[in-house]
Design a protein around this ligand. Structure first.
Ligand code: NDP
Length: 448
């Protein structure tokens, strides 16, 4: 039986990173993947989503160009071209991942892996011994439970949908629901988004939630709050969604973006003694060890933060613990994130509500303005920027933005927050003019 120092199950962001880094440190490493390399992020998540978000922005960019003097025939959108070009790019990335693994000396095994016992992994009928096992199997869309939910699609299927949905119903109010509502609205679908609660994007700053919901509605998304689907069925003119209030919506496709759950079932984990929590996520300690210490887990399957850069950071901690100095840690505070709605959200640190609970007295700075570009573009899009500051220490606790390139802007400010920057440091920083980002260093008066 072949023997490895590390056997990685799952070739997504966390798994590939851990395998490569461990092999580069001299470990004998194998990685098993049953699908395409790159996992959710590369194949049906971050990357294709962002490409489609770029595509969706062109529609309004053409409109906006008139105010700058451009004219010409109204352009049309070809869904087949976008799908084809995306597929080619994703295949290229799959190849890059394969080369990276091969270059590092990782043995790649194709097939579904499961634990035959705590030190033996079985893949495609072959049994291999492992000193350490890393489970990085990610997550999968969790469907809602109303009658007819089987007719709804998950985000996995949206990228290759055929035909292009002229009328799309999106269920949910999280990252995926809001991003896909924005994207398909931008590409030309008539989008209705239903969220069961009072405001989308639970967990984000309340001002950001309200502002982005209003901006999405201005762009044409029919966002309905406190709304639920009761049943879904096929009708003569399309899919018919009966809502809890009795009204009926007829659409061409339904996307259920109602959360993603860990992929931990059927891997032989529990039989090997690995504990899962009530959501089916693998329970790990601070060094990503499961209840069986030589079996570790990172990424979406541990259900902490379902974000690619977090999985990468967790993988680095595991490799350092097993094959390096053992000193590397991960800090879950001040993790920046973006939501690729139109316009984008970028955020790092505490929301106003979280900060008030932890710190008491705050100073809040807010700027809500029409970006320079839209003085000529004719667009009614506005930008919101907000700083949450601890009054006692002057430390900036939260940086929040809705506006073009919010993720690009907030990434830099995340460094400042990590460094413990105070509002005085923000004030002493010279702005870059004319940008939207300069607002973050020129907000002088707190709001009442
Ligand atoms: P989220 O957990 O973010 O959102 C799920 C949404 O579905 C919530 O609004 C939730 O409502 C709602 N919901 C859950 N169950 C039901 C139900 N039975 N009926 C109706 N509504 C329901 O999950 P997503 O699927 O949007 O995304 C999964 C994760 O992937 C995200 O949390 C994020 O970590 C990651 N991701 C990150 C992206 C990025 O970085 N840009 C992009 C996409 C995904 P409620 O709030 O009431 O619970």
């Amino acid at each position: 039986m072949q023997e490895f120092d590390l056997f990685v199950i799952g070739g997504g962001s966390g798994g590939v990173r851990a395998a490569r880094m461990a092999a580069q440190r001299g470990a004998r490493v194998a990685l098993a993947e049953m699908g395409a390399l790159g996992g959710t992020c590369v194949n049906v998540g971050c990357i294709p989503k962002k490409l489609y978000s770029y595509a969706a922005h062109y529609g309004e960019s053409f409109e906006e160009s008139h105010g700058f003097g451009w004219s010409g025939e109204a352009p049309s959108f070809d869904w087949q071209t976008l799908k084809r070009n995306r597929a080619i790019e994703i295949m290229r990335l799959n190849g890059v991942y394969e080369k990276l693994l091969a270059g590092a000396g990782v043995q790649l095994l194709r097939g579904r892996a499961h634990l035959a016992d705590a030190h033996t992994v079985e893949v495609a009928g072959e049994r291999l011994r492992a000193r350490h096992v890393l489970v990085a199997t990610g997550g999968a869309p969790h469907p809602p439970e109303f009658p007819g939910h089987q007719l709804a699609l998950s985000s996995n299927e949206m990228f290759d949908l055929e035909p292009f949905p002229q009328r799309l119903l999106v269920i949910g109010g999280g990252y995926i629901a809001c991003e896909f509502a924005s994207i398909f609205n931008g590409l030309g679908s008539r989008v209705t988004q239903l969220y069961r609660g009072a405001q989308v994007l639970r967990g984000f700053d309340d001002d950001i939630r309200a502002f982005v919901a209003a901006e999405m509605a201005k762009k044409g998304v029919d966002l309905r709050l406190n709304a639920q689907v009761a049943t879904l069925q096929r009708g003569a003119g399309g899919l018919q969604a009966r809502l809890a209030d009795g009204s009926v919506l007829e659409v061409d496709a339904v996307l259920a973006a109602t959360g993603r759950w860990p992929n931990a079932a059927g891997l032989g984990l529990e039989e090997a003694g690995v504990h899962l929590n009530e959501h089916g996520a693998i329970v790990v300690d601070g060094e990503f060890r499961t209840s069986v210490p030589h079996i570790l887990a990172v990424g979406d399957v541990i259900d902490r933060l379902q974000l690619t850069p977090v999985a990468l950071a967790e993988a680095m901690v595991v490799v350092d613990r097993l094959f390096g100095s053992g000193r590397r840690t991960i800090d879950y505070e001040n993790i920046p994130t973006a939501v690729f709605t139109h316009p984008n959200i970028g955020t790092v640190g505490l929301t106003e509500a979280q900060a008030r609970q932890r710190f008491g007295r705050l100073r809040i700075y807010r700027a809500d303005f029409k970006p320079l570009k839209h003085t000529l573009s004719g667009s009614v899009e506005r930008t919101l920027m907000k700083l949450v500051v601890d009054d006692a220490s002057d430390r900036v606790l939260g940086v929040h933005m809705v506006g073009a390139d919010a993720g690009e802007i907030v990434q830099g400010f995340a460094v400042a927050l990590k460094a413990g920057a105070t509002k005085a440091v923000f004030d002493a920083t010279i702005g870059i003019h004319p940008t939207a980002a300069e607002e973050f260093v020129t907000m002088r008066e707190p709001v009442g």
